[in-house]
Design a protein around this ligand. Sequence first.
Ligand code: ZN
Length: 353
Amino acid sequence: MFFEKPKNGARSGARSGHSNGFSGGFPGGWPAATSRSGVLWLTVAAAVLAAAGCGGPTADGGKLARKAAVGGRPRILVTTTVVADLVRQVAGDRVEVDCLMPPGIDPHSYKATPRDAERLLEADLVVASGLHLEGRLAALLARLADRVAVLSVADRLPANRILEAAGGIPDPHVWFDAGLWSLLPAEVARALAAIDPAGAETYAARAETYAARLREADAEARERLATIPPDRRVLVTAHDAFRYFGRAYGIEVVGVQGTSTASEAGLGDINRLVELVVSRRIPAVFVETSVADRNVAALIEGARARGHQVSIGGRLYSDSLGPTESDGGTLEAALAANVETIVTALAAGEAAP
Ligand code: ZN
């Protein structure tokens, strides 16, 4: 029997939960320093064993021991490519990072396989994006929550920086606000130090360096996007993955499909957007690497029928980074690529009369 009921009342698919940073219950009595680490230590025993350096397999209950066997390095299983990049930047070569979702996959609709459940159980730490980005996977994470430590990074962000999507649920697309994302390397460093205390200083130092780079990327993006004439700073995309980006960099953002790709765009939504694109003479709309293009195609066709030519300004990285060797292989690279795509498409258009 693979699955067990979560202990501690861990929620599965609960809608709120970003306010306190934990998506499940927290066992009381754990030292305060660790309770601030952001790791959902539902497996207190695992933490104790890992801290004591017990690396090898144990008999019964071995799942709770440090499971790493790969060259002695801790095994970190992450959900999305964005989170994989975050963990790799902080951890360097000290850990094995294994990513559930390959590049180009839509995390909202990703459905875990039985093999994924095994991989989750084999990990020393699972790092998820959180705020219910992993819509269908979140239920599995909750079911396994008493057997593996889970850090949901976005859940660690200050609640007052989190945007609300339709229906009052938190908007999970936090990563393209590089300033906001720069708060997270330190959280990852603390979680890694909890399973690999010998690496604590390395993780902390790398996290600091990486956070500084993200703050630089934040400043660069702001500077570049400010070159777009103010009346054309409108980003129309397939789904609402850029609201944090828009808030950070002064771009009005309109998604065809809402915050999750789980709901289909209705005809009313498309017509509303056609009206917006035509009346504001928006020169370009954008497609995403991880979302189907049919809604954007319908929007372009609708605008054309009204006599307004709108082009596809390019393909943006949204919920997935590109393959490692691509121009969007890291968050910094994907952000820079998106910014250039947007600047080129929106700044080059003819000025509205
Ligand atoms: Zn999304």
